[in-house]
Design a protein around this ligand. Sequence first.
Ligand SMILES: Cc1cc2nc3c(=O)[nH]c(=O)nc-3n(C[C@H](O)[C@H](O)[C@H](O)COP(=O)(O)OP(=O)(O)OC[C@H]3O[C@@H](n4cnc5c(N)ncnc54)[C@H](O)[C@@H]3O)c2cc1C
Length: 409
Amino acid sequence: MFDVVIIGAGPAGSHTARRLGELGYRVVVVEEHKQIGEPACCTGILGKDCLDEFPIPPELIWLQTGTARFYTPSGSSFTLSKEPAQAYILDRVGLDRALAARAEKAGVEYLLHNKAHEITWKNTGVEVTIKNGGPPSKLEAKAAVLACGPSNLLARGLGWGDIGDWVLGAQAEVELRSAPEVEVYMGQNIAPGFFAWLVPTTPGMALAGLLCRQNPAGRIKTFLDKLCKDGKILSSQVKISYGRVPLQPRQKTYGERVLAVGDVAGQVKPTTAGGIYYGFLGAEIAAQVLHHALQRNDFSAQFLSRYQREWKKRLGKEIRVGYWARRYYETLNDKQIEDVVNHLRNSGFLQSVYQSQEFSFDWHSIAIIKTLGAKALPHLLKTLAGSLLPGNRRRKNGGDEEETEEGLG
Ligand SMILES: Cc1cc2nc3c(=O)[nH]c(=O)nc-3n(C[C@H](O)[C@H](O)[C@H](O)COP(=O)(O)OP(=O)(O)OC[C@H]3O[C@@H](n4cnc5c(N)ncnc54)[C@H](O)[C@@H]3O)c2cc1C
């Protein structure tokens, strides 16, 4: 019998596994794909705070930068710049593999090309039913960790409900015609309510992607055509990958003998939909709580509830404030975005917040609260009052598995 079975070999799963392996526990990670890290749909941007706390092998870092050019809906642009670098662009497939290799070094076993279908409870543990094309087999463990990314199915099967709100993502690797800096595009025509990006990676290459609520396939095509027309990329006929990211935490992320970490728990920044760092933080806490549970042989839901309390203590406010800011941004039309951005920019406020010591790529609530406390407040509230008129409704239960499949078409 294993001590812990972990479902999913993404960053959250492999980090939890490694920590438990280092503590001497017998851990197995079950991954449905044949290769760790593939298929990938992620830009691999991490902030400085994340790398300071969770060092990454330097060879996985493609680029470090403190500069980004922002395009407003009208097409005008401005640059925000800061030294030292605030963001690191990583080889995301390489990251997943490096994390798994570290876990294996700590004694963790990996079962690839095996999909977990069900978790059932026994007297002394859990049984995870896995399939790899043949007849199902079962893995027994004292506890299980769901680290299965944005997939809802297992958590739903445990009666933990659905994540309240999701965003869809589309991304492609593109060949650059010129060598741009990181570019961020705003506006209804490109990524309504969210943003699109062109992020240089290896020499001559970049990732172009966007987040949106509907029709990512159509929107990414339009965006790639635009980049082509603007002379930024060589071709828009490229392979596109799709994903989705939770914008809100799952209501329940623990139960008897089971915890959820990473995307499946909703440990994501709602402002940018970046989830790797928060997933690492969730994984750290999950491993510590499971360590205590294994020492005490107490896997009751009551004991494991401290996991949710602790991760919400660390991330809850950030996610709440970030989600509020995200919803506010989504209510703005192009003219309002233009107004707000110009106001914040012309007053020097954007650059000064970005330059300030407190600004962090990973913790946005301070910048959001500062914005509200600044001279910009009356202007923002005036815009908000206009944007909350009927018709700017809030989307709820934004995507269960079936809806997303449809949305991707
Ligand atoms: C377009 C796009 C761009 C993004 N860019 C960034 C970025 O720049 N920076 C950032 O921080 N975040 C980014 N994200 C979000 C980031 O990709 C996720 O937050 C992160 O991957 C979550 O890690 P995870 O370990 O929780 O899940 P995942 O990385 O999704 O890993 C889950 C693993 O579980 C496996 N799995 C699922 N179900 C089962 C099952 N039943 N049995 C066995 N295995 C299973 C999957 O195959 C997968 O390998 C982006 C997302 C998208 C869509």
